[in-house]
Design a protein around this ligand. Structure first.
Ligand code: GTP
Length: 351
């Protein structure tokens, strides 16, 4: 470590606070354990208010468990100072109280955010376009696919997302419809249980997605178990109301890395699934067509009467939906339109 001038060591295991401290002292550099690293990644990727709060809560909990009296304090006490609890211990206790207070406040804030969540969800107003979200195990190829699908076209409008958030980018489907493709944090096996809530919070935008792409590494020996893990987490989100029960109908299973299995013809996806290779690009046109079809399948028919002078709203409907019937009267233009549920919510909440 000296030769390589190492400044941080990441240990792929859970360290007790004592172990972490002893290693840091011994190696003279910062030591992070598995939980600490995962928390850092979640912290960077939590996008919603609820997600950020949830991750901070997990972080504080983790920190609180790290605040323990070191042996030196104990020894000092035993060594016979005239009073119990040296200055070190007092400091630790003060820190612990600060953290505990903060946790109590965070939990209240989280409750508050949750109470208003349903409201925001139905409006789906966070993004101006339909969202296609990528989920899947770490290393399944989500980022590679994300880049393969969006890399070629970076429109001026996308710069907004590019600068705000590198994990969201615009994409044009074969139908001409524009959507936002959104990458998420990868699933990992053996996620420490105290991090499950925080991880789920990073998946919140999946709940708002119009189409969910479940990216799988078809060549991975644990591919089937990984699939079950992903579905179980989404199922859990459905049970606690984070995601609505219709999510399986919005999901497309994407079997990636088919180049390692002799090309897409060598892979048999489940019904409705698509085999691709994000690296060679094979199967990507079929995937885009499938996304289009899935969006169309989820469309709902709605009827609106719009004053003729409200040209902007009429144009919006033509742009975002399929107008199947139109009747012009003097006082109103009656439109029957097929719209994505998300677009319908956007329109009815004043898009
Ligand atoms: P996380 O960010 O950890 O969640 O991973 P990810 O799902 O975004 O995976 P990523 O795109 O980083 O890809 C992981 C590895 O798989 C990289 O080494 C990619 O080059 C490789 N990979 C991705 N897609 C393919 C593919 O279609 N075929 C092959 N052979 N390798 C692929």
């Amino acid at each position: 470590m000296k030769a390589e001038n190492v400044s941080i060591v990441i240990v792929d295991a859970t360290l007790s606070p004592g172990q972490q401290r002893n290693l840091e002292r011994d190696w003279n550099c910062k030591v992070i354990d598995r939980t600490g690293l995962i928390l850092d990644i979640f912290g960077e990727r939590a996008r919603t208010k609820e997600g950020a709060l949830q991750v901070e809560l997990a972080h504080l909990d983790y920190q609180r468990s790290r605040l323990v009296r070191s042996w030196t304090h104990l020894e000092r006490q035993r060594g016979g100072f005239g009073f119990l609890g040296g200055p070190g211990e007092t400091q630790i206790e003060a820190d612990r109280r600060l953290i505990t207070d903060r946790i109590v406040r965070l939990k209240k804030e989280l409750e508050q955010v949750r109470r208003t969540r349903g409201l925001h969800r139905s409006a789906r107003s966070r993004t101006p376009l339909p969202v296609v979200a990528l989920v899947g195990y770490t290393n399944a190829g989500k980022s590679t696919l994300f880049n393969a699908l969006t890399g070629a076209e970076v429109h001026a409008q996308d710069l907004l997302f590019a600068t705000l958030d590198p994990t969201m980018r615009g994409l044009r489907l074969p139908s001409g419809r524009r959507v936002i493709l959104s990458d998420t944090v990868g699933f990992i096996s053996e996620l420490p249980t105290e991090l499950v809530a925080a991880f789920r919070a990073t998946l919140e935008e999946v709940a708002e997605a119009d189409v969910i792409l479940h990216v799988r590494d078809a060549a991975h020996p644990d591919s089937t178990a990984q699939r079950a893990d992903v579905l179980a987490v989404l199922d859990g989100m459905e049970k606690d109301g984070t995601i609505d029960a219709g999510w399986p109908a919005r999901m497309i299973e994407v079997l990636n890395k088919s180049d390692l299995l002799g090309g897409v013809s060598g892979v048999t996806p489940r019904e409705g699934g698509i085999a691709i290779s994000a690296i060679t690009g094979e199967g990507l046109p079929a995937l885009l067509t499938a996304i289009d079809a899935r969006m169309a399948a989820g469309m709902e028919q709605a009827e609106y009467a719009i004053p003729p002078e409200d040209g902007a709203r009429i144009a919006w409907l033509y742009q975002h939906g399929e107008v199947v019937k139109r009747a012009d009267a003097e006082e109103a233009i009656h439109l029957t339109v097929r719209l994505l549920p998300a677009d319908r919510a956007r329109f009815e909440h004043g898009a």
